[in-house]
Design a protein around this ligand. Structure first.
Ligand SMILES: NC(=O)c1ccc[n+]([C@@H]2O[C@H](COP(=O)([O-])OP(=O)(O)OC[C@H]3O[C@@H](n4cnc5c(N)ncnc54)[C@H](OP(=O)(O)O)[C@@H]3O)[C@@H](O)[C@H]2O)c1
Length: 332
C-alpha cells in the first residue's frame, strides 16, 4: 500500500511517500481503507520529535517506533480481526488509530490502517469522510477535558481551532452561553461555530474585561492561571489544553509538561482546577458520543482544505502557517 513514511525526526522533508506492507490486523482490530485523515498540531509534534520529552513518552527515543504518522481518520472497513465483531466489510467508520492518549504516530496517513474496534464508530451519513476524519483526536481530548454535566457561561480561548471549535459546539449543545476568543481573522468562524460572543485577542485581554465565567477552556495558554482566575467565578473551572505554536513557545525539551505538573499540584488545594484523578471516559463511549453529536448536527466540522496523500508535508506546512479557516485533511 502507499503510505507517508517518517524514518527520522526532523523537518517536514522527512516525510516520504513509499510502498509499504499492509499493517498487521490483531484479533480485536479492524482494517480500514482510509478515505481521509486529519492534520493537526500533534502530528507535527511527532514528525519534528519536539518537545523532546515526547520521545520518552512512547514515540521512540532515536527515531519514531511507528513510521507512518497520523492519528485519526475516516474510511471503509476492508476486513476484521477474529474478535472484531462490531463491524463488517463495507461499513463506513471513523475513529482514532492510537490505543491510548499518546504522543506517537498512529499510521493514519496510509491507504490502510488497522484500528482497535473500540476506537471506531459508524460514520454518520450526514457528514463527509473529510469532516468525520477531523473529529476523533480533537473530540476525544475535548470530551476528556470538558467538565461533565450542564455548562452555563463558558469562555473558549482559541475558539476557531481544532479543539476550540469542538469545545464551542459541544458547550453549546450542553446549553452554555459561549464566548470565543480568537484572532481578528477568525472571529467570523468562531461565530459560525456557535459562539454567542467573541473577543478579538489582538485588541482585548479577556482576563481584564471584568466578566466572569463558570468555565475557561484555554487552548493557547497565553495567560497565566493567576490571570485567568480574574475571569473565573469562585466555583468556576479552568482547563488548560496548551499549544506551543510549533516550537515557538513552550519549553524545547519539556513542552507544556512543567506547566501541567504545576497545575496538577495546585489542583490539590484549589477547587478551580480539575483533579488529576478524574476518570478518563472509555474510548468506545466517547466515540459514540461524538458520532451522535455529528449525526444530530450539533457538531459540524468546517474544512478549510484537503490535500492528496502525496502532499502531506504541504498540508502540515499549511497548518503551521496558522492561517487555515477550519480543519485541514489529507484525502485518499
Ligand atoms: N486538533 C487535534 O486533533 C488535537 C488533538 C489532541 C491534542 N491537540 C493539542 O491541542 C492543542 C490545540 O490544537 P488545535 O488543533 O486546537 O490547534 P489550532 O487549530 O492551531 O487552534 C488554536 C487556535 O488558537 C488561536 N490562538 C492562538 N493564539 C491565541 C491567543 N493568544 N488567544 C486566543 N486564541 C489564540 C489560533 O488562532 P491564530 O493562530 O490565528 O492566532 C487557533 O485558532 C495543541 O497543543 C495540540 O497539540 C490537538
Amino acid at each position: 500500500m502507499r503510505a507517508i513514511v517518517q524514518e527520522a525526526y526532523g523537518s517536514l522533508n522527512v516525510l516520504k511517500l513509499r510502498d509499504v506492507p499492509l499493517p498487521e490486523v490483531k484479533d480485536d482490530e479492524v482494517l480500514v481503507r482510509v478515505r481521509a485523515a486529519s492534520v493537526h498540531p500533534d502530528v507535527w509534534h511527532v514528525v519534528s520529535g519536539k518537545p523532546y520529552v515526547l520521545r520518552l513518552m512512547g514515540s521512540g527515543l532515536r527515531r519514531p517506533k511507528v513510521r507512518v504518522p497520523g492519528t485519526d481518520m475516516a474510511g471503509v472497513v476492508e476486513s476484521t480481526g477474529a474478535n472484531a465483531t462490531r463491524f463488517r466489510p463495507g461499513d463506513e467508520v471513523f475513529g482514532e488509530t492510537l490505543r491510548a492518549m499518546q504522543w506517537k504516530n498512529g499510521g493514519a496517513f496510509a491507504e490502510y490502517v488497522s484500528v482497535p474496534q473500540d476506537n471506531l464508530s459508524p460514520k454518520p451519513g450526514n457528514v463527509s469522510f473529510e469532516q468525520a476524519a477531523t473529529v476523533p483526536t480533537a473530540g476525544l481530548i475535548t470530551l476528556m477535558n470538558l467538565p461533565t454535566g450542564p455548562l452555563r457561561n463558558v469562555l473558549v480561548n482559541g475558539a476557531a481551532g481544532g479543539v476550540g471549535g469542538l469545545a464551542v459546539q459541544i458547550a453549546k449543545a450542553r446549553g452554555a452561553t459561549v464566548t470565543g476568543v480568537e484572532h481578528t481573522s477568525k472571529l467570523d468562524l468562531a461565530r459560525e461555530l456557535g459562539a454567542d460572543h467573541v473577543i478579538d485577542y489582538t485588541k482585548e485581554d479577556f482576563t481584564r474585561l471584568g466578566t466572569r465565567y463558570d468555565l475557561v477552556f484555554d487552548i493557547p495558554g497565553n495567560h497565566s492561571f493567576a490571570a485567568c482566575r480574574r475571569a473565573l467565578t469562585p466555583d468556576g473551572t479552568y482547563v488548560l489544553i496548551g499549544h506551543d505554536h510549533y516550537g515557538a513557545t513552550g519549553h524545547p525539551v519539556l513542552g507544556s509538561v512543567p506547566r501541567m505538573v504545576k497545575l496538577m499540584a495546585q489542583s490539590l488545594f484549589l477547587r478551580q482546577l480539575p483533579k488529576p484523578t478524574r476518570a478518563t471516559p472509555p474510548r468506545k463511549e466517547s466515540m459514540a458520543v461524538l458520532a451522535e453529536l455529528l449525526e444530530t448536527g450539533r457538531i459540524t466540522p468546517v474544512i478549510d482544505r484537503a490535500f492528496p496523500l502525496a502532499e502531506t508535508a504541504s498540508a502540515l506546512r499549511y497548518l503551521t502557517e496558522g492561517t487555515a479557516r477550519g480543519r485541514i485533511v489529507v484525502t485518499l
